[in-house]
Design a protein around this ligand. Structure first.
Ligand code: NAP
Length: 295
């Protein structure tokens, strides 16, 4: 029950009507008896600055930030965490003593999904796509001890720009900031034509494109089962549908598979920890979003 003492958290984006985070967080608050409420706010691009100022004025405790504001919001916050700064995007804000502090939990959320079933140390990872998710997940992988990262994209120029940015930012970073970053790490980029060869000795393949996203669930897959191997982990960042065209191909090749649900849940749990200090019940969050998706 909302009272005069309830702390308000929320989501700013446009659109926000489809938000699963709203159900996920409010279910946790109820289960853990936390006096918080999570509210989605539809914020147009031209109102972003007012929204952040208004959130401060209303004593809102924290916000998630989604499309189209993740990059622009950096202009309106007071401080930014080192990982969010490197990624160049913020999806979580904590308001503290009148200051808005920005974080990015997308990359770490995705990685936690992987770490549920594998270590990352010395792994070779291939990412399909060179957009915002590829950027967040790629940076987080690089600072988590992997040995090789290959960014593949339809538009090879975008893959090159992203890979060059990874190299430039990480090579100039002090080891103390990201102690797990391997200075010998290999960064490569390509289009999809070299996937067959590169997958042979890869450990993890991540789809960070919208190919197969609802409602276009049956497009021609970028990777077919005959170029996969059973030691590979295939992770699709898409969470709707739970079993995407990419994961169907992976299952045919008997690889381990991970749904984007894991990223959604872990990024939410990491944001919740930043706002409240509480370790979220991952299972409850996962069940809540899966129930919403299959209804
Ligand atoms: P984005 O910034 O728009 O980037 C999309 C990337 O996918 C681009 O590199 C684009 O290539 C490529 N692409 C688009 N359509 C393609 C197609 N038909 N075939 C091959 N490549 C294609 O998008 P994003 O923010 O990175 O998000 C990507 C996906 O990640 C989303 O669809 C979403 O489902 C998923 N996601 C999941 C979560 C989660 O919590 N689980 C969070 C965020 C995103 P070009 O450069 O060649 O156009």
């Amino acid at each position: 029950m909302v009272s005069g003492n309830t702390s308000v958290l929320g989501l700013i984006g446009d659109p926000v009507g489809h938000s699963l985070s709203t159900f996920m967080h409010n279910t946790v608050f109820k289960q853990l008896n936390l006096d918080y409420v999570y509210v989605p706010f539809n914020v147009k691009k031209e109102n972003l600055s007012d929204a952040i100022l208004g959130a401060k004025g209303l004593n809102i405790a924290g916000l998630n930030v989604t499309i189209p504001h993740k990059i622009n919001v950096i202009n309106y916050i007071d401080e930014i965490d080192s990982v969010a700064e490197m990624i160049g995007a913020v999806n979580t804000i904590k308001f503290n003593n009148g200051k808005a502090i920005g974080y990015n939990t997308d990359g770490v959320g995705a990685i936690k999904g992987l770490q549920e079933i594998s270590s990352l140390k010395d792994k070779k990872v291939i990412i399909l796509g060179a957009g915002g998710s590829s950027r967040a997940v790629g940076f987080q992988l690089a600072i988590s001890g992997i040995n090789e990262l290959l960014i593949t994209n339809r538009n090879i120029e975008k893959a090159k720009i992203l890979t060059d940015d990874f190299k430039a930012k990480l090579r100039n970073t002090q080891q103390e900031v990201f102690p797990d970053f391997n200075n010998e790490m290999i960064f490569n980029h390509s289009n999809f034509s070299i996937l067959k060869n590169e997958i042979k000795d890869a450990d993890i393949l991540i789809n960070a494109t919208p190919l197969g996203l609802y409602p276009n669930v049956n497009p021609d897959p970028i990777i077919k089962s005959d170029i996969l191997h059973s030691d590979l982990i295939v992770y699709d960042l898409i969470y709707n549908p739970l079993e995407t065209i990419t994961l169907k191909e992976a299952k045919k090749a008997k690889t381990k598979t991970i749904s984007g649900i894991k990223m959604l849940v872990h990024q939410g749990a990491t944001s919740l920890k930043i706002w409240t200090g509480v370790d979220a019940p991952i299972d409850t969050m996962e069940k809540t979003v899966i129930n919403k998706l299959v209804l």
